[in-house]
Design a protein around this ligand. Structure first.
Ligand SMILES: [Zn+2]
Length: 203
């Protein structure tokens, strides 16, 4: 069996190697994508390359909720239609996409960019918790919904946040019903997420 690099010209091998670093892209898929791009019009390859570069160059974090945005505030924080008395705390920006897709939640968000995980050395100061507590100071938020993933790290984070937020006199609820333990929010379907938001329970 040939275990070495594919017998391709250097630029092709390099492209395969880079594509192979992407999540969910194994060596076979990387090869297929590379040869597909090689055969496609130059314009298509250019658009792809530009799209990749522009997310890196133009996207920053929202100064309030830490969602990805191309301006100081993300569209959700900017919107006058959102209920500013509720904040749903999620681990990753893509969790917002999943929850927004259901259309049932009208409050604001806060992205932690991770979850507390003592086994992996991730503590409360390594995620955006301090920024969250400063958002809760002015008394305008009356409910915090813990939307961390229903797995070990997500539960540990939810527990930590509950201890932190409950004493402030803010209602703390948890997305729960219908979300099986061990899953991640971004992969949950709309119906499950909708019932998880609507059926949220006191923590
Ligand atoms: Zn925002």
């Amino acid at each position: 069996m040939n275990q070495g690099p594919p017998p391709a010209a250097e630029p092709i091998s390099k492209l395969i190697q880079e594509l192979n670093k992407l999540p969910g892209i194994g060596p076979k898929s990387a090869q297929r994508l590379a040869y597909y791009l090689l055969r496609s019009p130059e314009e298509q390859a250019r658009l792809l390359a530009e799209a990749i570069l522009s997310v890196k160059q133009e996207i920053t974090l929202c100064s309030t909720c830490f969602n990805f945005t191309d301006s100081d505030l993300c569209p959700i924080c900017r919107s006058e239609e959102r209920d500013r008395s509720k904040i749903c705390i999620v681990e990753q920006p893509q969790d917002i996409l999943a929850l927004e897709h259901t259309g049932v939640y009208k409050g604001l968000y806060h992205v932690l960019h991770g979850a507390i995980s003592p086994t992996e050395g991730v503590g409360a100061n390594d995620v955006r918790i301090r920024e969250l507590t400063s958002r809760l100071q002015d008394g305008s938020v009356t409910e915090v919904i813990l939307g961390t993933n229903p797995n070990l790290e997500g539960e540990q984070t939810a527990m930590y946040l509950n201890h932190l937020i409950s004493p402030l006199g803010i209602r703390v609820t948890r997305l729960a019903r219908g979300l099986p333990f061990g899953t991640e929010l971004e992969y949950a379907d709309d119906a499950t997420l909708t019932s998880a938001i609507e059926g949220r329970q006191e923590f």
